[in-house]
Design a protein around this ligand. Sequence first.
Ligand code: CA
Ligand code: CA
Length: 235
Amino acid sequence: MRRTLSKPSLVVLTSVVLALVVYTSTLVLAQQRGGRRGPPSGAKPEIEDTQKLNVYADNWFELYINGELTAVDSIRFMPHNVVSVDVFPKYPMTIAVMAKDNADAKTALEYNHTQIGDGGFILKMGDGTVTGKHWKAKSVFHGPINRDMRNPQVRRTDIPENWMTVDFDDSDWSAACEFSEQTVRPKRPFYQHDFEGAKFIWADDLELDNTVLFRVTIDSPPDGSTPKRFPILDE
Ligand SMILES: [Ca+2]
Ligand SMILES: [Ca+2]
């Protein structure tokens, strides 16, 4: 015996079929528009929005940007190397660096206490940020005092707490000193990377200051470019 659907049942069935068609069409359209999960195109920074940061330190460094550890020299002592990393700048940008010459903790000498070594630090970022005497410097490990290698004495200064943070007050730090390339004598990797326009810096004494803290705050890209803003990063 054939059964026919009542009129109300037909209406319900038609509505369900229609709803399914609309739902499926919406899904297909969303896929065609690239409706993948995540924020819309342009909301997130891409690799093209980063800047290349080149750093050369004689002998070692660690570097913070806006208080976050961003780069560490992968080689403690020798050979002298360049660390080149992609960074995402955010302005104003505070760069804080601890740089160390190779120096024994007790005598401040190197190579089995046979000589006084020298330091040197240089940095360039793709936004035009470079090292120079506009940076602040503070020596926290000095020696051998008076270059006395027979009875070497050292002077240590406490590393200030939160020295790498944005809000740290470095107003009583000295201006960094610039040193010529001929004085620092950088090794081969330096010449294989872009440091054009950057100056070698250190505290007053390239030989006797062995651990040096540096700081600088960059208000906007030095090359005059307009930094893109990504509110999604501030959430
Ligand atoms: Ca030294
Ligand atoms: Ca050195």
